[in-house]
Design a protein around this ligand. Structure first.
Ligand SMILES: Cc1cc2nc3c(=O)[nH]c(=O)nc-3n(C[C@H](O)[C@H](O)[C@H](O)COP(=O)(O)OP(=O)(O)OC[C@H]3O[C@@H](n4cnc5c(N)ncnc54)[C@H](O)[C@@H]3O)c2cc1C
Length: 558
């Protein structure tokens, strides 16, 4: 099967859908492809909390204050051109979503905004109760459906980008439900394929977040930036089983109600690591992560290897007032917070690194743009809560606009011969049998144990050795027969990307001999001025090359 389109968009999360809408309303044709169902894969639909944006409706605010907070959180590494785009365009996107009926929570007629750590004032809009991401996805899906010029294809996994003379001319995809290869000719391609947190054993990711976007862009010649900066969320849900809820959902309630972090002896323990909480939520994410990991290492973890989070000091009325209908969803999961704590643990949650892009969302490779979490640099070494959905919307809109400008009057330069290698991979006869599912588990365990929140040289070297072994075992011929939903082949293709991206995260973490933001080295505990540089990864052939680059030029926030 062959498709021709002006713009190919890979991924239909918040970034991809907003890009599709923006490009289509500029009058160009769009092909929106997703390996999952359109608008239902990836992170956007799962995010249940808040969107940071300087609306200034309840409390005076301006995007420059939001930018200042974003830059502060990024610990010297923020690409201020991208951060400015996020903060300056965010309010417009949020208001446009409002006109599309997303249903932002309101107080006295104004869009309500909550306080969140790292922001200097209440700045986080939301859809009650824990419905932000689902409402954002549903709204964008509805607008995509009623916008002419957008063709959609779910179950379509993009396997590689196609190039001619250094320019991206389209892509090769695997249609998962038939096993058929598909070629797509596009005058511009936007990678909006989300992040990489599936690389880790405990994560808040969906199955489609193994870093495909980074690998696709890198193999096509686009550099990646800041890949060592994986954000871990300290109190991800661990146990008991919780179905249909965001694993990071405890955060706002802990903030509101002062949920207590307890060890297996039911003692509060953060004071041991230099910070007292006294039942309030004051400890920062990195310290909470450190404290929980150290308690577990000391044998005082909860049964599933984390800490307890207890709201047992709160009355049923206070819980109902704070949690609203979420209390009923918890009850459906047999969780009664008046009688029991839950178990929480640090989980991989977001990736600050990604594809290097300018403020038009263009990469160094002609014809290739990027949007959303796939973009690196906007949040520097650490991301503020609420910035990721804003980033997805604002970057998606900008990428759609830039792509539409680029393709006007352009012509297709796709040639089937350029797609042959990727087509051969999809249609190849199966190689020797491998337990690819077990290999993914090994990789996830390695990343969690050795490239997790607290890193050392010894751990990182060990991780790279495991990644080498797994890469050698994987070989170059895909397993499986390439039929309908052939999970062995899909896992094999996933592993190719996961191993490449994991290698870059580990190499960048090993090379950065300091601690900064989300990258913490136990053997190099301080932040060093000489490391106030971005690390950029290139992939010219079989080896990844890393170099240090000065942080992108500062922008004035007027
Ligand atoms: C559980 C959870 C809660 C969160 N809560 C918040 C929050 O409250 N506030 C906030 O600001 N941020 C939050 N975040 C982060 C935020 O949701 C994401 O950073 C943002 O939604 C990313 O949007 P995106 O469009 O870039 O990617 P995604 O929404 O992840 O979409 C990427 C899409 O690409 C598709 N895809 C991937 N690979 C391929 C391929 N090879 N071929 C075709 N399609 C592909 C995927 O199926 C997916 O649909 C949360 C994240 C998670 C996981």
């Amino acid at each position: 099967m062959h498709v021709e389109t002006d713009i190919l968009i890979i991924g239909s999360g918040g970034a991809g859908m907003y890009a599709a809408i923006e490009a289509a309303r500029a009058g160009v044709s769009v092909f929106l492809a997703d390996r999952s169902l359109i608008g239902r894969g990836g992170a956007t639909v799962m995010a249940q909390m808040t969107v940071a944006v300087a609306l200034g409706e309840e409390t005076p605010d301006h995007w420059s204050h939001h930018l200042a907070d974003t830059i502060r959180a990024g610990r010297g590494l923020t690409d201020e051109r991208l951060a400015r785009l996020l903060c300056e365009d965010g309010p417009d996107c949020i208001r446009e979503m409002d006109t599309w009926g997303v249903g932002w929570a309101r107080r006295d007629g104004h869009i309500a905004q909550a306080m969140a750590p790292g922001h200097d004032r209440p700045r986080c809009a939301y859809v009650d109760f824990l419905n932000t991401g689902p409402a954002v996805s549903k709204t964008l899906r509805t607008v995509v459906n009623r916008t002419s010029g957008i063709r959609k294809a779910g179950d379509l996994m993009i396997v590689d980008l196609v190039r001619r003379d250094g320019e991206v001319t389209g892509a090769v995809a695997l249609h998962l439900s038939t096993g058929a290869p598909v070629t797509i000719a596009a005058k511009a391609t936007i990678v909006a394929a989300g992040g990489l947190t599936r690389l880790y054993r405990r994560n808040s990711a969906s199955a489609n977040m193994g870093g495909d976007g980074y690998a696709l862009a890198l193999r096509a010649g686009a550099p990646l930036i800041d890949m060592e900066f994986v954000q871990f969320f300290p109190i991800g849900h661990l146990a008991p089983r919780l179905i249909g809820m965001d694993p990071i959902m405890w955060d706002p309630f802990r903030y509101k109600l002062g949920g207590r972090l307890l060890n297996s002896d039911k003692e509060e323990f953060t004071a041991r690591y230099g910070t007292r909480e006294d039942g309030k939520y004051v400890v920062t994410r990195d310290l909470a992560t450190y404290a929980i990991i150290k308690e577990v290492d000391a044998g005082r973890g909860s049964p599933h290897g984390g800490a307890y989070l207890s709201f047992e000091h709160c009355s049923a009325e206070a819980l109902r007032a704070a949690f609203g209908p979420v209390i009923d969803r918890l009850a459906a999961n047999n969780i009664d917070l008046t009688k029991m704590p839950v178990e929480v643990a640090p989980i991989a949650h977001y990736h600050m690194g990604g594809v290097a892009a300018d403020a038009r969302m263009e990469t160094e490779v002609p014809g290739l743009m990027v949007a959303g979490e796939a973009v690196g640099g906007a949040n520097g070494a650490n991301r503020l809560s609420g910035n990721a959905i804003t980033e997805a919307l604002a970057f998606g809109r900008r990428a759609g606009r830039s792509a539409a400008e680029r393709v006007r009057g352009g012509r297709h330069v796709f040639r089937p011969a350029d797609a042959r290698a990727a087509m051969d991979l999809i249609t190849a006869d199966g190689g020797p049998e491998l337990n690819t599912a077990a290999m993914i588990q090994t990789l996830q365990a390695t990343m969690a144990d050795d490239v997790g929140p607290f890193r050392t040289k010894a751990k990182l070297v060990r991780a790279l050795a495991t990644i080498d072994d797994l890469t050698a075992t994987l070989g170059e011929r895909p397993v499986g027969d390439g039929g309908r939903f052939d999970m062995r082949r899909i896992d094999w293709l996933d592993l190719c990307n996961m191993l490449l991206v994991a290698r870059i995260v580990a190499q960048a973490a090993l090379r950065r001999t300091e601690s900064r933001g989300a990258h913490q080295r136990e053997d190099f505990p301080g932040m060093l001025p000489e490391w106030q540089v971005n690390q950029v990864a290139h992939y010219p052939g079989r080896e990844v090359a890393l170099e240090s680059m000065p942080v992108a030029a500062k922008v004035a926030a007027q």
